[in-house]
Design a protein around this ligand. Structure first.
Ligand code: PHE
Length: 343
């Protein structure tokens, strides 16, 4: 009996190995393992055998079945490979040619500068925070001391997700400043934080205006914070960015959420006596900043008698442009690979 099985198996394997199509394979498979196939009839015959032969007979039938199925699967894979090869050959595919070169991407210049600044600030004890880009009117304006009808809203028109007018109105945030209040609500003072991120404004687009751009907010909350601390931090920031000491000057600047508020100008790092970057003035307007307004501290749940702080709003897109000599802000989000692959 066992010998009979071996001969059968060999026969099946030879036929399977030379089968020319999957249809042929299916037919052989059916012949052996089908409902009325060889294996089934072997199993059906078991009860007619003397008891001591039954076990062997059952095992042989199963061995035959497994071996046939295995051989079919192997041949099927071979046939599929051969079909693929034939198809490729017909296409003129040459498997001996080297593969096309992999194109490795590059980091976006905004990502680069963001990461650099994150390194710089975390080394000074700041934490990096994030906030929603779709923001509530309440956080983007109200809690920053910009009530409805405040004229400062005119300079930050944005994209409203529903009709303006209530604190619950959703809008695309016009600056990273709303995270100031979100941070105060959540963190235990004292703390220092930066918030890099995308902001949006309703703008007439040109080389220096874009509806979407990047800012990096900075916020330090502590006791007895003065303008001196603010200037010190800004100088460290500029040294980190431009790798040299940069002279700064403060001009009064109005932002409802700081008091006093300043425009901090940096001495042009690219020239001595005027160039196109500083528009021949030797100063670059870079950093609006100031001491956090008591109303904002209160909106964030802090007692202005106890806590104070400073905040700054770095124009990240602007800084990236300065850093890499990019003359049109629209390149940054234009998605043109010829531009992006230079970094
Ligand atoms: N959020 C302000 C703007 O976008 C900038 C700013 C931030 C000013 C922090 C002062 C302090 O114009």
């Amino acid at each position: 009996m066992t010998q009979g099985i071996d001969a059968r198996l060999e026969d099946a394997q030879t036929r399977i190995a030379s089968a020319a199509s999957t249809e042929d394979l299916r037919a052989i498979e059916r012949e052996f393992t089908g409902k009325d196939g060889v294996v089934a009839s072997m199993l059906a015959a078991i009860p007619t055998l003397p008891p001591e032969e039954r076990r062997d007979a059952g095992q042989s039938a199963n061995r035959l079945k497994t071996a046939v199925l295995e051989a079919v699967a192997t041949r099927e894979a071979e046939l599929a490979d051969a079909a693929l090869d034939a198809e490729r050959e017909a296409d003129g595919f040459d498997s001996t040619l080297p593969p096309p070169r992999l194109h490795r991407g590059t980091l976006h210049p905004v990502t680069r500068v963001t990461r650099e600044l994150e390194d710089l600030f975390t080394s000074m004890g700041y934490r990096v925070l994030d906030g929603p880009e779709v923001e509530l009117d309440e956080y983007n304006f109200e809690k920053l001391n910009i009530p409805a009808d405040h004229p400062a809203r005119d300079t930050q028109d944005t994209f409203y997700c529903d009709s303006p007018g209530s604190k619950a109105t959703l809008l695309l945030r016009t600056h990273t400043s709303p995270v100031q209040v979100r941070a105060m609500e959540r963190l235990e003072p004292p703390f220092r934080a930066i918030v890099p991120g995308k902001v949006f404004r309703q703008e007439t687009t040109d080389a220096s205006h874009e509806h979407t751009f990047h800012q990096m907010e900075g916020l330090v909350i502590d006791k007895d914070v003065s303008v001196g601390h603010l200037i010190g931090a800004m100088k460290t920031l500029l040294r980190g960015i431009f790798k040299k000491d940069i002279e700064v000057r403060l001009r009064p600047g109005y932002f409802p959420f700081v008091e006093p508020g300043f425009e901090l100008d940096a001495r042009c790092p690219f020239c001595e006596d005027g160039c196109s970057v500083c528009k021949q003035t030797t100063w670059i307007e870079l950093l609006p900043c100031g001491l956090v307004h008591p109303n904002v501290l209160e909106a964030g749940g802090l007692d202005p008698e106890e806590w104070g702080g400073f905040a700054f709003g770095l124009g990240l897109s602007r800084l990236v442009m300065l850093r890499y000599g990019i003359d049109d802000v629209r390149h940054l989000l234009g998605g043109d690979m010829r531009f992006l692959s230079q970094f």
